[in-house]
Design a binder for this molecule. Structure first.
Ligand code: SAM
Length: 215
């Protein structure tokens, strides 16, 4: 009988016990009131789609130390964990208010580079973000999520990975999430090969996690 294997966590991400509960954790300054224990800070999958993808054992391909372009960084909840274990981490967010908190999160993280930019206009940050990034993480709660991923594909190395969280309600509140996800997958396949998908339901209602690589 074939025994299913667990995907490995990236180097720099571990499972750590906080108050008797086993949780994902990275090492860094706390950002959103998460529990800490020594240098470790808990990574809350209910607050983070990427955290949920790791909890659900999706094969993200993350190993630790890679260059990351993060789209939809908000105030830095997830991207701060990413910058704890990744290499240079470019964090794009177009709303000024959360970027102020993101700048605070970046203070203790020399590899985290906040960019007050619109992810639909990659040409406005193409001069800052190095080309051939290893990973694009995308969590923009906006209409046209597949298009954003396609427009930013130019930054991704040929053997890189797209780790995308799709929010159905941002595309169309009236449609069945499954129908929205089918459309997003179809559009995405214009530039990416989809390797794995998983509903993030246990942590985030009406969200789909997608792992893909450039075609
Ligand atoms: N990824 C964040 C985390 O886990 O900590 C949460 C992101 S929140 C669900 C979605 C974010 O995407 C919002 O902060 C929103 O302002 C941002 N956003 C939406 N459209 C965007 C765009 N076109 N360019 C950049 N950011 C965008």
């Amino acid at each position: 009988m074939e025994v299913p294997t667990m995907s490995e966590l990236p180097t720099g991400v571990t499972r750590h016990t906080f108050d008797g509960t086993d949780r994902l954790a990275t090492r860094g300054e706390p950002v959103y009131g998460e529990p800490t224990d020594g240098a470790w800070r808990a990574w809350n999958p209910n607050r983070s789609k990427l955290g949920a993808m790791l909890e659900l054992d999706m094969d993200t391909g993350l190993a630790g130390g890679e260059t990351v372009l993060y789209l939809g960084a908000a105030s830095g909840t997830t991207v701060s964990h990413v910058a704890d274990f990744a290499g240079p981490t470019y964090a794009v967010e177009f709303a000024a208010r959360p970027v102020r908190d993101l700048l605070d999160a970046a203070e203790s993280r020399p590899r985290l580079f906040p960019l007050l930019k619109d992810a639909r206009k990659p040409e406005t940050y193409a001069h800052v973000v190095e080309s051939d990034v290893d990973v694009i993480v995308q969590d923009v709660a906006t209409r046209g999520q597949a298009r954003v991923a396609l427009e930013n594909r130019r930054f991704l190395a040929d053997d890189g990975r797209l780790l995308l969280a799709v929010k159905a309600r941002s595309e169309d509140v009236t449609r069945e999430p499954a129908a929205v996800f089918a459309d997003v997958r179809e559009e995405l396949s214009g530039g990416y090969e989809i390797l794995e998908t998983e509903r993030l339901e246990a942590y985030h209602a009406d969200h789909l996690g997608i792992v893909a690589r450039p075609r």
